[in-house]
Write a protein that binds this ligand. Structure first.
Ligand SMILES: *Cc1c(COP(=O)(O)O)cnc(C)c1O
Length: 400
């Protein structure tokens, strides 16, 4: 196919998508058609290094052979039967998660928002069952992000996400992230849970202070309040540990996962300690697709591969290297005001709009993304190599 022909095809697909798709995304003008590891190709055959990984989803990179094979084998065997029955991959995945976390029980669903919905419902029901029906309010953080369903957008501490959808769900109180005094002032007899991301992803790659999490854990223990960690973006090795809470030595009572759990197949999970999970009984909550044999077989393969190939250790190492290289850029360029994050969840705050840089990077063959308007977010596959990081750093250096 000639280059002109391919460009015509690209334009055709973009115009067609803009005609028939709900306009919920302002898409970057590229049509991706293939991936392998950290590389993506567009319909014109151009290669890109991917530092978005489907928004911290494809932690093992694109088209991972072991995951592809697990999907293929399971698709030939059993895709779905519903949660009316027992299946083996789902049970094995739940057991793996229980063995590798603070949790005793797992509920499977299909997305991050659904995992947080399950967490909100569980926190409320836990207190209903204990004879405290008025204890339903949840303290959440300003600048947080928990999803787009009616429940989770109500739990999200960003007004722009709620605009146009009132009345939102009642029962959420907001405090500034890392402000423990504000939490202590806000907590009351009606508070059932505190919900937070150990590192705010969409909110601009902002880490919780260790002392803040320790204080919150202690406050929750004193008041019997549940602590919910949304590890949808930070989980599955992204920060250099399997779960970000491990960096802090602070355990939640409930944790939500999604994004990277099956390297791109849709899955969400809500994990909880036994005493809390016990509030969910047959009929309390459900999901038709939640934890199908297909997605759970893929997820098991992802987690075993992470473990066998020490990919989380690699993430911690190259993440540190990446952050140092970004810090060096900050020293060279006045427009860079802050470097934040942990492992391969890194942010570079600029004193200006980040979108032109995202576009300039794309033109040079690098896929990056921008949150909160001015913070470039780098969340490559965890298998990224130092040489690939060097190439991005050089590109950013030139553009800045
Ligand atoms: C992406 C994300 C969600 C929402 O997940 P969806 O799968 O898009 O519903 C919730 N919380 C955090 C921290 C996220 O990063």
């Amino acid at each position: 196919m000639t280059v002109e022909r391919a460009q015509m095809d690209t334009c055709k697909w973009m115009a067609e998508a803009d005609r028939v798709m709900a306009a919920t995304y302002k898409r970057t003008p590229v049509v991706f058609s293939k991936g392998d590891g950290c590389t993506l190709w567009d319909t014109e055959g151009r290669a890109y290094l991917d530092f978005v990984a489907g928004i911290a989803v494809c932690n093992l990179g694109h088209a991972h052979p072991a995951v592809a094979n697990a999907v293929f084998e399971q698709a030939k065997t059993l895709v779905h039967v519903s949660n009316l029955y027992y299946t083996i991959p789902q049970t094995e995945l739940a057991a793996w998660l229980v063995d590798h976390s603070f949790a005793d029980r797992v509920f499977f669903c299909n997305s991050g928002a659904e995992a947080n919905e399950a967490a909100i419902k569980l926190a409320r029901k836990y207190f209903k069952d204990r004879g405290e029906p008025d204890r339903y309010r949840i303290i959440s953080m300003i600048q947080s992000f928990h999803g787009r369903t009616m429940g989770t957008l109500s739990a999200t501490g960003q007004d722009k996400i709620k605009q146009g959808f009132s009345p939102i769900l009642e029962g959420f109180d907001f405090v500034p992230f890392n402000d423990f005094e504000a939490v202590r002032e806000k907590i009351g007899a009606a508070t059932c849970a505190i919900l937070l991301e150990p590192i705010q992803g969409e909110g601009g790659i902002r880490s919780a202070d260790p002392q803040f999490l320790e204080n919150i854990r202690q406050l929750c223990d004193e008041t019997g309040t549940l602590l919910i960690f949304d590890e949808i973006q930070t989980g599955i090795g992204r920060t250099g540990k399997l779960f970000a809470y491990e960096h802090y030595g602070v355990q939640p009572d409930i944790m939500t996962l999604a994004k990277a759990l099956a390297n791109g197949l849709p899955i969400g999970a809500m994990l909880a300690k036994e005493s809390v999970a016990a509030a969910f009984v047959p009929g309390s909550h459900a999901s038709t697709f939640g934890g199908t044999p297909l997605v759970t077989a893929a997820s098991l393969c992802v987690l075993k591969t992470l473990e066998q190939e020490n990919i989380i250790g690699h993430c911690a190492e190259v993440g540190l290297y990446f952050k140092e290289r970004l810090q060096a850029l900050k020293h060279r360029h006045d427009s860079v005001v802050d470097i934040r994050g942990l492992g391969l969840l890194l942010g570079m705050e600029l004193n200006k709009d980040g979108l032109p840089l995202v576009e300039a990077c794309l033109n040079k063959g690098f896929v990056i993304n921008c949150v909160q308007g001015n913070t470039l977010r780098f969340v490559p596959p965890l298998i990224v190599q130092k040489a690939e990081i060097d190439r991005l750093i050089q590109c950013l250096d030139e553009i800045l």
